[in-house]
Write a protein that binds this ligand. Structure first.
Ligand code: EPZ
Length: 454
């Protein structure tokens, strides 16, 4: 059974018939929800299956549209993807074949994952065609680190008007690569290419996010030899053959942090089933400093507002183990309720505060400094293009009509509307289903007062 429908191939979304939700704010979210595997692992694990010569089984896969995009792309390359039970995918790469560029182009439009097909396709087919990439519009999001790394392995990169064509006339050979910045995607690119390249690859300044560690665990199950050394160095010894894996995807810590912020901002109490402490430690520290409370359980984490005023914080986003850039948007809604001035320095992306316009329209006092703010007590080195948001609270929010700009910004708009006095209409909510499984059902479970126009 293919998981992708014609509507989804045409850019449709999972389980969403409409793009609009009308929220009556002011009600705390309370109850229990379950989260599943991380979007930013499951999609990459699916690409890794292309490297094996036997089928792979991936469990705990979320029902989100980014998974459907990757399913469609794998199908186009002849990989069969079936779902014998909800949340378990069987990916069979025994008949990999070249795909038509137009088909790939149509499928890839809404995601950034296709870039990661480069290495596996070069190994399997000797050629990779990569269309213009989608993903959230949160900055330039260049792919220079990816292309430079692939060239270091011996790939030849030709840029055409349709996209990029890569070939490897002399095969792919292990290389010494140092990333200019610990990019998540570029680290994954190197891993997915080096595991079957001839010889040893040394990657310096690698990203070490938990999702990358989970991908390394998957590759090791497939037969790869990968050593993670101190100081962001990864050694990969190429092997001739890899086989399928069986793996349960790591939980989605971005989704967990989002619902945690929703609990705090709405003065609610949410048990996030499936969330784990280890991968959320940095978030939990900030959550506690703002005034949130949490209880760690075997099967999840309870996040709640314990009463009393919230406190302002200064946060710098960073690569792991720093505070993730994907956590700042929902947290900022809670910071509009804190008693004083908070500062969020965004150091990972150069344009990730666009979503604050809607919060300001709802009554928040947020000033975005487009060139960032220097500070005496910075932990993260200042970056050339960073920005800062200064949030002064507490400001009550009121309802407004909002159009969702991107995935995480969109979730923060949902939370803002849930805390606001009166009615908000949020359009373009379909984007949120790229990364938040069944969020409409979860809102209903948590007692939100809304009408989903589906
Ligand atoms: C991944 O994006 C995630 N996406 C992002 O999550 C996440 O915010 C980001 O990592 C950081 O953790 C996926 O996993 C699909 P990067 P990625 O390469 O890999 C610059 C979400 O909402 N850069 O680590 O694309 C880049 O511009 C999404 O779930 C280059 O300059 O991020 C950025 O400033 C949004 N050249 C920085 O590096 C390159 O070739 C970090 O980006 C590549 C990146």
């Amino acid at each position: 059974m293919s998981l992708i429908t014609d509507a989804q191939k045409a850019g449709g979304r999972v389980g969403l018939k409409s793009d609009k939700i009308v929220i009556n704010g002011g009600k705390p979210l309370r109850g229990r929800i379950e989260i599943r595997g991380a979007k930013n692992l499951a999609t990459k694990a699916m690409v890794a299956a292309l490297l094996g010569d036997t089928p792979s089984i991936l469990r705990n896969v979320p029902d989100i549209s980014d998974v459907n995009v990757v399913t469609g792309m794998l199908n186009a390359y002849g990989v069969s993807v079936t779902e014998p039970e909800p949340g378990t995918l069987v990916l069979d790469p025994s008949n990999v074949l070249k795909a038509h560029f137009a088909e790939i182009d149509a499928l890839a439009g809404s995601s950034r994952i296709p870039i990661l097909f480069c290495g596996p396709l070069l190994h399997r087919l000797g050629e990779a065609l990569i269309p213009d990439l989608g993903g959230c519009r949160i900055g330039d999001r260049p792919i220079d680190f990816h292309m430079d790394a692939l060239r270091a392995f011996g790939a030849v990169v030709d840029k055409g008007y349709e996209g990029i064509r890569l070939t490897a006339p002399n095969g792919l050979k292990g290389a010494e690569i140092e990333l200019p910045y610990p990019s998540v995607g570029a680290t994954e690119q190197v891993l997915l290419t080096a595991v079957r390249a001839e010889g040893v690859t040394e990657l310096k300044n690698a990203a070490i996010e938990p999702e990358i560690m989970d991908l390394i665990a998957i590759l090791q199950k497939m037969g790869a030899i990968i050593n993670v050394e101190p100081n962001r160095v990864i050694f990969i010894e190429g092997v001739d053959k890899l086989h399928g894996y069986e793996h349960r995807a790591l939980f989605d810590r971005n989704e967990a942090a989002s619902w945690a912020s929703a609990a705090l901002a709405t003065e609610g109490d949410i048990f996030v089933g499936g969330a784990k402490q280890q991968e959320l430690m940095t978030f939990l520290n900030i959550f506690r400093k703002v005034g949130g409370a949490f209880d760690i359980h075997e099967d999840g984490i309870r996040f709640y507002h314990p009463g009393g005023p919230l406190k302002p914080v200064v946060v710098e986003t960073d690569v792991h183990p720093g505070f993730m850039t994907d956590w700042q948007q929902p947290l900022i809604v809670a910071l509009t309720k804190a008693d004083g001035v908070s500062i969020v320095h965004e150091t990972v992306y150069e344009n990730r505060f666009g979503f604050t316009d809607a919060l300001i329209a709802m009554g928040a006092d947020i000033v975005v400094h487009k060139n960032g703010l220097a500070g005496h007590t910075r932990r993260v080195a200042r970056r050339e293009f960073e920005q800062a948001a200064v949030i002064t609270g507490p400001t009550p929010l009121h309802g407004a009509d909002v159009v969702v700009p991107d995935l995480r910004g969109g979730f923060s708009h949902l939370i803002a509307a849930l805390t606001a006095e009166g009615k908000s209409t949020i359009s373009n909510v379909g984007i949120i289903s790229r990364g938040y499984e069944h969020f409409i059902d979860k809102l209903a479970l948590l007692g939100a007062d809304f009408v989903y126009e589906g």
